[in-house]
Design a protein around this ligand. Structure first.
Ligand code: ZN
Length: 64
């Protein structure tokens, strides 16, 4: 079973397995990222507010 490598968008930190970010459609994605958070409800999440995330999903904490 092959699993696609996850990448993080340098623009919005969203994590995707595609070559293009599914959130902001940037192709500036990197496999070199540190940690991630899963945002369920961006409206009540303090982390989401801090990271300026406005939709649910998986986000990298740090993208290199
Ligand atoms: Zn993005």
């Amino acid at each position: 079973m092959s699993r696609k490598k996850e990448k993080a968008c340098r623009e919005c930190h969203s994590i995707t397995t595609e070559d293009e970010c599914q959130v902001c459609h940037s192709n500036d994605v990197s496999t070199d990222y540190l940690g991630y958070v899963i945002v369920m409800d961006p409206e009540t999440s303090i982390i989401a507010r801090k990271m300026q995330i406005d939709r649910a999903g998986k986000y990298a904490l740090k993208v290199r």
